[in-house]
Design a protein around this ligand. Sequence first.
Ligand code: BG6
Length: 484
Amino acid sequence: MVSRVIPVETFDLVIFGGTGDLARRKILPGLYRRFVAGQMPPEARVIGAARSEMDQKGYQDLIRDAIEEFIKEENRDPETLDAFLERLDYTAIDARGEGGWDNLAKMVRKDAVTAFYFSVGPGLFGDIATRLHDHKIATPESRIVVEKPFGRDLESAKELNGVLAASFDESQIYRIDHYLGKETVQNLMAVRFGNVLFEPLWNAQYVDHVQITVSETVSVGGRGGYYDKSGAMRDMIQNHLMQLLCLTAMEPPSKFDPDAVRDEKLKVIRALDPVPADNIVRGQYGADEDGPSYIEDSENPDSRTESFIALKVDISNWRWKGTPFYLRTGKRMKARMSEIVVHFKETPHSIFDEDAGSHSNILSIRLQPDEGMDLRVTIKEPGPGGMRLIDVPLDMTFADALGPEGADVTDAYERLIMDVIRGNQTLFMRGDEVEAAWAWTDPIIEGWQKRGDKPVQYEPGSSGPDDALMLLHRDGRRWRELRA
Ligand code: BG6
């Protein structure tokens, strides 16, 4: 199977924070891979902009090191790397002052697609947006790309939206949630809306419950300062898990077009019920021989920030009333595993003996690792000895079904950057969506602040606190096991 490379117009991509961690780890390696795939037109250029004084050669050397660090040797070769680095330029810029802006204005072409990636803290969004506008570097066709965290509550998100709206139209603003760029996330839409099989069953009448898990083995080590002010609710639930929930729960949009899709997601967020304290479990990992505790990592002995959270979420609309969505995410867990699992109801009546057991279909959509889908169906256990039922998987691991090319899934960032150049906002969050997500999140956080709730401790390398297991047990359900 040969992957299709859709050509894009020539572009100038300016990366503010061009020497930073995200640029080195994700953005530039992603662009390199697109270059190797033949998707960067001959004249396309990338301009790094940051505070440090550096010349073009210095920047190219910095990015060479980054690509050698973050792209496996078998996926790069010195010649293509040199050719890619030729496309890079650099300018020092003072985001809060006037230094460097005239120079940038000279560097950026007016007859190419221009995109400006704000790979900087949100505190600089306003300064950069205003200067791009005032120095006439951006045109009405230019695009800006902003990273999460998009605010830390509704008020700050509104403020950021206001700051960007002063210089750019919503159609120019690309708010990244890199989970939307993951291959399987888009496959969720293909499966739901490309098959007649699932849609009639995709509702409270046939779905017992949905589980969404994003479990990580890493700690917050090194990011403790940021993380302690954020926690799993702000860092993961408000954005990544919320987006997964929306794509699972939304109504079919009339077409696969940015606003049609985002309108449907927004309706889901607005239909989420407030979450009572009983339906939330928060945890902090303890220490073991592999690493320090959350408290040590955050360097805050009094920290009440959660490194794990599980929630039972109800959606008040016709499709989902009565079918809970259980969400959980955490650091230093037993396995790295992200999946959406739809548990269908049992058959209304069993024609088989009691010892045939009770069975139900389960559709799991694995985001990582081993991207793929698996539908468990009930069959008769082969052989003599009466009618005994077993569940077997109808498995579609992309690597098996599509060959090595299928397994080589494009990194989320590459796909999203190319979507920016193409001017396709479908996989980006709209301002009202982000605000609605905060409007749902804020009262939950305020609730535990008011009550002075403390997260419970969980063992690192486990499935999180026991209370999280109870959250499902009391409803007669069980979490799927975390496995690598
Ligand atoms: C980021 C969070 O947005 O997503 C991190 O800030 C988290 O805390 C990361 O580790 C997870 O992304 P992925 O793609 O590795 O699942």
